[in-house]
Design a protein around this ligand. Structure first.
Ligand SMILES: NC(=O)c1ccc[n+]([C@@H]2O[C@H](COP(=O)([O-])OP(=O)(O)OC[C@H]3O[C@@H](n4cnc5c(N)ncnc54)[C@H](OP(=O)(O)O)[C@@H]3O)[C@@H](O)[C@H]2O)c1
Length: 328
């Protein structure tokens, strides 16, 4: 089968189209024909092994110290069709249309992948695809959608509250805006100028171009600040929170983690920096929201698997609005 081999840590060119053996499902796994997957900022960081210090060392130990060894194919989310099931699989059958994440198994940049019916050993959740979405639209939901759901719940977002989402125009943030609106919040979305129109179209009440305006220098305060990319000023964001405000940092660097620990318990503001736990019931919740029309996927470009290098180059330009899709 076709796959994208990851041979070295480095630029997009380290990804090479390669024929590998089609996998065989274990007793508790389904064999999925991948119909769509994505290129996210996270995939590019993984390819380069470009992580904050506290993550890059454990990631090297997990993947391979000098070059990728344990993980040979990247790609972390997908939509596709079940073509074979192991003998113990109960909730999936041949022909089912599914979507999900690979978790730490990775490997979605391939024609086929085996995933367990129930997530285990660091694999991610898998469930039936929303009936009203294409495979391309569904493939982009799991990673961003689950991250957003986790953080908004940790932030205990309530109807009528004001939330600011920093880095709102990408894979995670575009689901963040829609989910925050679903929870009844008034949403301010911050990103670069060319993404603001899209952000208004998916429900943002206010938009800010971060190149023109630093939200932390304005008088406005928020109940929740959700920093998807971890680039907001730590003390400025705390200043921009009202009484009992919550500062959610999805991708903090080590300094922010330490500052969050040192600030913990001080005053009435809460700081959340933890890692998302991806749960099947949350993916099913996202599927239900999609099916009642509350959540949609913003797709910027689609590439065939043969053009994976171009797709990675495009995502690295930062111009991507929403999501980039790959079709094997
Ligand atoms: N999606 C995933 O699968 C995944 C997985 C693990 C970790 N992550 C991490 O989560 C972060 C966000 O992921 P994502 O997939 O949503 O990324 P994304 O699609 O690239 O979106 C990030 C958005 O933030 C904007 N931005 C950049 N600098 C900014 C600033 N200073 N202020 C406000 N907005 C700014 C970018 O716009 P411009 O480029 O135009 O500036 C872009 O629209 C990434 O850094 C990644 O490390 C993502």
């Amino acid at each position: 089968m076709k796959s994208i081999a990851w041979t070295k840590y480095g630029p997009p060119e380290v990804l090479k189209l390669k024929e590998i053996e089609k996998p065989i499902p274990k007793d508790d796994e389904g064999l999925i024909k991948v119909i769509a997957t994505t290129v996210t900022a996270g995939d590019c960081e993984m390819r380069r092994l470009d992580f904050p210090l506290y993550l890059s060392f454990p990631m090297r130990i997990y993947i391979g110290f000098f070059k990728p060894k344990r993980i040979r194919v990247i790609g972390q989310e997908l939509a596709g069709e079940i073509v074979e099931v192991g003998k113990d699989v109960k909730s999936l059958k041949v022909g089912d249309q599914v979507f999900g994440t690979t978790g730490f198994k990775f490997g979605a940049y391939a024609e086929y992948i085996c995933l367990p019916e129930k997530s285990k050993d660091m694999s991610g959740p898998l469930t039936h695809k929303p009936t009203n979405m294409s495979f391309e639209e569904a493939a982009a939901v799991p990673t961003g959608g689950l991250e957003v759901l986790h953080f908004l719940r940790k932030g205990n977002i309530k109807r009528g509250e004001k939330i600011l989402i920093n880095g709102a125009g990408g894979s995670i943030g575009s689901f963040g805006v829609q989910l925050a609106k679903y929870f009844g919040a008034e949403v301010t979305a911050v990103d670069s100028a060319e993404k603001l129109e899209m952000l208004g179209s998916i429900g943002a009440d206010h938009v800010i171009d971060y190149a023109q305006e630093d939200f932390t220098e304005k008088e406005n305060t928020y109940d929740v600040i959700f920093d998807v990319i971890g680039k907001s000023s730590f003390s400025g964001s705390l200043r921009s929170l009202g009484e009992n405000g919550r500062y959610l940092i999805a991708n903090p660097n080590l300094i922010k983690i330490i500052r969050a620990l040192l600030n913990g318990g001080k005053g009435n503001k809460k700081i959340v920096t933890e890692t998302t736990i991806q749960k099947t019931e949350d993916l099913q919740f996202l599927k239900e929201l999609i099916e009642v029309g509350k959540l949609k996927t913003i797709i910027d470009r689609k590439y065939p698997m043969e053009e994976i290098v171009e797709a990675h180059r495009y995502v690295e330009t930062g111009e991507k609005i929403g999501n980039v899709i790959i079709t094997p």
